[in-house]
Design a protein around this ligand. Structure first.
Ligand code: NAP
Ligand code: MG
Length: 493
């Protein structure tokens, strides 16, 4: 009788690695950039009263792409005044009419999708295949979805209707600049609010391009106003007395400071903050699919993802096998020019973020975890970091507790579902989690007991405008998307 072959075959490696070089596949569409962007207030591009501008550089090669206006308190004041003036007419417009504007915005964004994708990649560093196939189409999808709700607001909660709040202040981060703008603007406008929005300092360009699209759509002046600037501009947006609600997406530290600032006021608040998600792989899972989910979970958008699966919890019996497969997969990832269509991991958004990643990786090494980085040559200009994994991680280490917000995975092991749940929930955050198993009952148990706003089963990083997204604990409160997201921008009457 032939010897029984083991079911546990060693992970095999396809020999693609160094056999040939890929030809460059640069994206050539023009991003149609201006050399200078003004503020967008009351439907007009307006020079800042501060008379100051700051550069937006491309993390791809550190070149300055454009100058961005720095909004001071007086500019934020003007933006709120314009939004307040626009509110009565906008909020009284029949929902179907507001919906038409949102449909128009969605279609115009689709028309100019390539141009927006290239601008997003240049300004933020994400691979063109992601901005082209994820960020821009998803942003359009959010406008389409909310356009559909605009005339159906009395069906959201039976017996009640949704009335707008007034002027809302919105602040967004740099990891998905256009998509976060869409998550914020679309529900606010569908419900009849008017808006003052501040994009992140390092990624203002697609926001300002979006203003041209609002003009093309004929949106009434003042309904949407954009104020660019740094943290101080954000403080002015948060503290302005006209705001009826503040919607913030960003770090937990800044989220806490905003919560302090708004305590005692009657402003509504939603906070979409950081995360440290557990991606949990059981021994009965389809391992190759799980490995793809692990890779996508942590390396999508260079790991600059609030819901990134940054803690891999793998069952002890398969840990060596999974680790070997991850290392093989890591060696096939292409790191480099985000404008190249073959690139899997692009540029780190800023020098600051690169330094933060380096600091936390150093901490992981010093605390005794084992670091693996595949050999890869990084471009000499720009901000780049190789995909990295740490094995032998324990819960007390900084790399298991703090959000790294970069392409760095921390791997821990567990023996039983109970231990997985305990370790997964042993974090200050509660935004998302992943579960990989063949067993439906285990998926139900895990999704019930994991303290996370989103739990993906046998997949990861799946988004849809119909599905509410948001966190628990230090990941914030409030939901974006779905009916739940609409309720955050309305009062029930
Ligand atoms: P951040 O430093 O908190 O900045 C977010 C935004 O707030 C930026 O526009 C920022 O302006 C502004 N800001 C800074 N200080 C402020 C202040 N004191 N008052 C008001 N606004 C202020 O966060 P980030 O580094 O840009 O983004 C990364 C974080 O966002 C991560 O923690 C990530 O997990 C989180 N995130 C969460 C979600 C979610 O849905 N839960 C989604 C995406 C990202 P500047 O750009 O000038 O600093
Ligand atoms: Mg930039």
């Amino acid at each position: 009788m032939p010897a029984k072959t083991s079911k546990r075959q060693p992970a095999r490696e396809l020999l693609f690695g160094n056999l040939w070089e890929y030809d460059p596949a640069p994206e050539t569409a023009s991003p149609q950039l201006q050399s200078r962007y003004q503020l967008f207030i009351d439907g007009k591009f307006t020079a800042p009263k501060t008379k100051k501008y700051f550069p937006s550089i491309s993390p791809r090669n550190e070149e300055t792409l454009a100058e961005i206006a720095l909004a001071g308190a007086a500019d934020v004041d003007a933006a709120y005044a314009a939004a307040a003036k626009a509110f009565p007419a906008w909020s009284k417009l029949p929902g179907a009419e507001r919906g038409k504007y949102l449909y128009r915005i969605a279609r115009l964004l689709q028309d100019r999708a390539r141009e927006f994708a290239v601008a997003e990649t240049l300004d933020g560093g994400k691979p063109i295949k992601e901005s082209r196939d994820f960020d821009v189409p998803m942003a359009a999808a959010h406008f389409f979805y909310h356009a559909g709700w605009a005339d159906k607001l009395n069906s959201v909660t039976p017996g009640k209707t949704l009335a707008p709040l007034g002027v809302v202040g919105q602040i967004i981060p740099w990891n998905f600049p256009l998509l976060m703008l869409a998550w914020k603007l679309a529900p606010a406008l569908a419900c009849g609010n008017t808006v003052v929005l501040k994009p992140a300092e390092t990624t203002s360009i697609t926001c300002m391009k979006f203003a041209t699209l609002l003009l093309e759509a004929g949106l009434p002046p003042g309904v949407v106003n954009f104020v660019t600037g740094a943290g101080e501009t954000g403080v002015a947006v948060v503290n302005h007395p006209t705001a009826k609600k503040i919607a913030f997406t960003g770090s937990t530290v800044v989220g806490k400071s905003i919560q302090h600032a708004l305590a005692g006021t009657d402003k509504k608040l939603t906070l979409e903050l950081g995360g440290k998600a557990a991606n949990i792989v059981f021994e009965d899972a389809a391992i190759d699919q799980a490995v793809e989910g692990i890779i996508n979970g942590i390396f999508f958008n260079q790991g600059h993802v609030c819901c990134a699966g940054s803690r891999l919890l793998v069952q002890e019996s398969i840990a060596d096998r999974v680790l070997a497969k991850i290392k093989i997969r890591l060696r096939s990832l292409r790191v480099g020019d985000p404008l190249d269509k073959n690139t899997d991991i692009g540029a780190i958004n800023s020098q600051n973020q690169l330094e933060k990643i380096r600091e936390l990786v150093d901490a992981g090494v010093n605390e005794g975890a084992e670091l693996y980085q595949p050999a890869c040559s990084l471009p000499s200009k720009g901000f780049y970091y190789p995909p990295s994994i740490f094995s032998g991680v324990t819960l007390s280490q900084r790399i298991a507790r703090e959000e790294i917000f970069g392409p760095v995975l921390s791997i821990l092991t567990f023996r039983t579902p109970e231990e997985a749940i305990e370790k997964a929930n042993n974090t200050a955050f509660g935004l998302s989690a992943g579960v990989w198993t063949d067993k439906g009952s285990l998926i139900l148990k895990m999704s019930t007991e994991l303290k996370a706003g989103v739990v993906w089963a046998n997949t990861y990083n799946k988004f849809d405008p119909t599905s509410p997204f948001g966190g628990f604990k230090e990941s914030g409160f409030g939901r974006e998307g779905g009916k739940q997201g609409l309720l955050e921008y309305a009062q029930l009457i």
